[in-house]
Design a binder for this molecule. Structure first.
Ligand code: FAD
Ligand code: NAD
Length: 404
């Protein structure tokens, strides 16, 4: 009998965890596993704010997929997925067409611009490792230009960060530490540089613990970060952004760099796949299958799950993506054996938000943490994610050990 084929799209947290666990749970020769990813490497999306600010080299954020998968059990194909046809069980890529018996879609997130004019064109998004490297180089280019131009344009040294969610705040934390280094490197007086965070909601990190939010804002302000709260960005232009400050009141902020960190959506390929979705995220069944498609699983940021306690979607996080990967591997194994799938139940351990390399805020197992202790925990969480995919050798190669 022909072995069933399992096709996994995307080697992010969700896709890689699915593959690593499939390798563990499937019996010898039980199935053919193929993993498709755009790059030959995985990147840690949760570290992208560091690569974007320039506090971590882009090479440190990524590792080769071949180093963490078992090439006997899994065939890796470097390819960009172009279309997913779930009716005909076919995936088209720039490196061939693939069929499957079981499909796992883990193509991750894209920046959400909510249709705001100019953002697609003039703002930069921390969406992947190449985009992060571009942001770093763009900021350095602005500093280099300012220091050499005869007539100085100070707006080159203004950086607007749109959105004070976790991505925006973590990026600001890195920038706060990076700006003094950039000033030194490019001979720029610190007072010439402005870093402004623009948030639409009435508070930073909407919904997070107010005491921790106040700590974070205080720490960032002390390092020169400005906040404009309750003032949504309504337009981006080549010169900067327009923000709404009241009923009919607007303010234009001239800026050489605009980084958009105001939310995410799933991969646009989901919208084109014929699977029912909301902002490119599929409201999955309890066992993580796409409704109506018994052979299609969705993992990570492309999946939407409602928390029944709050009646709101779970936030798209690496923590959940990795746990989903484990459940999907178990469920595919059960289906192959003719068994029953199990329900996915997230096990949320908490949230830690870094404020640079040396500071953080968080709630872990229900307890609030700040400062160096929180920063230490964040690094341990980062190292744990490496361990779960690549074991101790990956932690030794890529782990964070600069514990203060
Ligand atoms: P991803 O990790 O985005 O992986 C998707 C993969 O698919 C990538 O390898 C990509 O190259 C590949 N791919 C995409 N399109 C194609 C295509 N067309 N063809 C082939 N391959 C493709 N979450 C936490 O839990 N904790 C944190 O501390 C945290 N920090 C974050 C910090 C930042 C700056 C950001 C942006 C996010 C953070 N998150 C955090 C959220 C977390 O990164 C995401 O929830 C997580 O990455 C989702 O995993 P995923 O597997 O769905 O997708
Ligand atoms: P988010 O949706 O959590 O936050 C986006 C922020 O942008 C919100 O505060 C929103 O009010 C604001 N915003 C929206 N429209 C705006 C506008 N027009 N002008 C100004 N502000 C606007 O998105 P995110 O921060 O990118 O996070 C994405 C996901 O990744 C979340 O699930 C988050 O929990 C996760 N994440 C987690 C961590 C962590 O655990 N340390 C770090 C980063 C991201």
């Amino acid at each position: 009998m022909k072995r069933p084929s399992i096709l996994v799209l995307g080697a992010g947290y969700g896709g890689l965890t699915t593959v690593v666990n499939l390798q563990k749970v499937l019996g010898t020769d039980a199935a053919d596993i193929t993993l498709i990813n755009k790059n030959e490497y995985h990147y840690e999306s949760t570290w992208l704010h560091e690569a974007a600010a320039g506090t971590l080299r882009p090479e440190q954020v990524r590792y080769d997929i071949k180093d963490v998968i078992d090439s006997v059990k899994t065939k890796f194909v470097q390819a960009t997925v172009q279309a997913i046809d779930v009716q005909n069980k076919k995936v088209t890529t720039d490196n061939g067409v693939f069929t499957y018996d079981y499909l796992v879609i883990g193509l991750g997130f894209e920046g959400e611009t909510f249709g705001i004019t100019g953002l697609d064109k003039y703002a930069l998004s921390i969406a992947n490792v190449k985009a992060a490297r571009y942001i770093r180089e763009h900021i350095e280019f602005q500093f280099a230009n300012w220091s050499t131009e005869a007539v100085k344009d100070d707006s080159r040294l203004t950086i607007v960060v749109g959105g004070a969610g976790f991505t925006g705040i973590e990026f600001l934390g890195e920038l706060a530490n990076r700006v003094p280094e950039l000033c030194k490197e490019f001979d720029v007086p610190r007072e010439k540089v402005r870093v402004i965070c623009v948030e639409a909601a009435p508070m930073v990190l909407p919904g997070f613990d107010p005491e921790l939010v106040s700590y974070a804002v205080g720490q960032l302000e002390a390092k020169g970060i400005e906040f404009s709260i309750g003032t949504p960005v309504v337009e981006a232009t080549p010169e900067g952004v327009n923000i709404k400050k009241g009923e009919d009141k607007f303010e234009f902020i001239k800026a050489g760099t605009v980084v958009w960190a105001a939310g995410v959506r799933g991969s646009k390929l989901i919208e084109e796949s014929g699977i029912e979705n909301m902002r490119a995220r599929v409201k999955v069944d309890k066992d993580l299958r796409a409704p109506g498609f018994h052979d299609v699983f969705i993992v990570g940021d492309c999946a939407l799950m409602i928390n029944e306690e709050t009646n709101r979607p779970y936030p798209p996080t690496a923590q959940i993506a990795m746990q989903q990967g484990e459940t999907i591997a178990k469920n595919i194994n059960e289906l192959i054996k003719g068994g029953e799938t199990v329900e996915f139940v997230p096990d949320l351990k908490g949230t830690v938000c870094s404020l640079g390399d040396d500071d953080a805020i968080g709630v872990v197992f229900g307890k609030k943490v700040t400062g160096k202790r929180a920063s230490f925990m964040k690094k341990m969480i980062d190292n744990r994610a490496l361990y779960m995919v690549g074991g101790p050798s990956l932690v030794m190669k890529k782990g964070k050990f600069n514990v203060l």
